[in-house]
Design a protein around this ligand. Structure first.
Ligand SMILES: *Cc1c(COP(=O)(O)O)cnc(C)c1O
Length: 233
């Protein structure tokens, strides 16, 4: 299968999962995770119709994005260190992985300095794994209003990752909890949050059935990655 076939296949499965849960196929955005893949792979994916791409390392993205077609939209999905916030604010339309008030404050300053409004998602550690980044589900509410008041940032919703498992049904309760927290946060802010980012290559259909509006797909589109530009984050 070439990338065009894989894009078609993922799109069909996304649409089927949306329809199964009573939603329009267009209600789920497809973000192509290009980490570990060269600009040529991004170009092929763009030619196959993809417009939204995700990177998890600022260094890699900084080297790669200028070599990719213009007009693509880029989201940051990895753990962000404060010394990379300035570059991230320039490179990305959205930071999906805001996991502390401290990084939100640094991003706010960077966005204001860059003269732009940066979209953000709050990352939630839905599995409670100590090896993963993200807010503990019980801590999100406490910081939500503070983050919402920061200039230069616009909260669009939540992001979460389920641990990999061959039995995708195991991810369902975690996705369901994240959706409930997402709805609660919308209530707290008094405005509907448009983005719930959950679902990866192994579990995106279940995530869509549980309310995901954005799936982050790497392996199912590009295969395994082999392009480490830099080991640095
Ligand atoms: C790598 C990555 C993905 C994509 O994972 P695949 O299993 O390859 O689809 C999605 N989200 C985040 C945060 C990632 O780091």
């Amino acid at each position: 299968m070439d990338i065009e076939d894989r894009v078609r296949s993922v799109r069909e499965r996304v649409a089927a999962a949306a329809v199964k849960s009573g939603r329009a196929p267009e209600s789920v955005a497809l973000l192509a995770v290009s980490k570990g893949h060269p600009p040529g792979a991004v170009r092929e994916a763009a030619e196959a119709g993809l417009k939204l791409f995700g990177e998890s390392k600022v260094q890699e993205a900084k080297a790669k994005i200028p070599l990719c077609p213009g007009k693509l939209r880029w989201h940051f999905i990895g753990h962000l260190q404060s010394n990379k916030a300035r570059d991230a604010a320039f490179l990305f339309e959205m930071i999906q992985s805001v996991d502390s008030l401290a990084i939100a404050e640094v991003l706010s300053k960077a966005a204001v300095n860059a003269g732009k409004t940066l979209q953000i998602l709050i990352e939630v550690n839905i599995a409670g794994e100590s090896t993963k980044f993200g807010y503990h589900p019980d801590s999100v509410r406490a910081d939500l209003a503070r983050i919402n008041s920061l200039p230069g940032l616009e909260i669009h919703g939540l992001m979460g990752m389920a641990p990999w498992t061959p039995e995708t049904e195991r991810a369902r309760p975690m996705f369901r909890k994240l959706k409930a927290l997402h709805d609660e946060c919308s209530g707290c802010l008094g405005a509907p949050l448009p983005v719930l980012s959950m679902g990866m290559s192994g579990d995106y259909e279940v995530a869509i059935e549980e309310g995901s509006t954005l799936v982050r797909i790497g392996t199912a589109l590009f295969g395994g990655g082999r392009y480490p530009i830099s080991p640095a984050n």
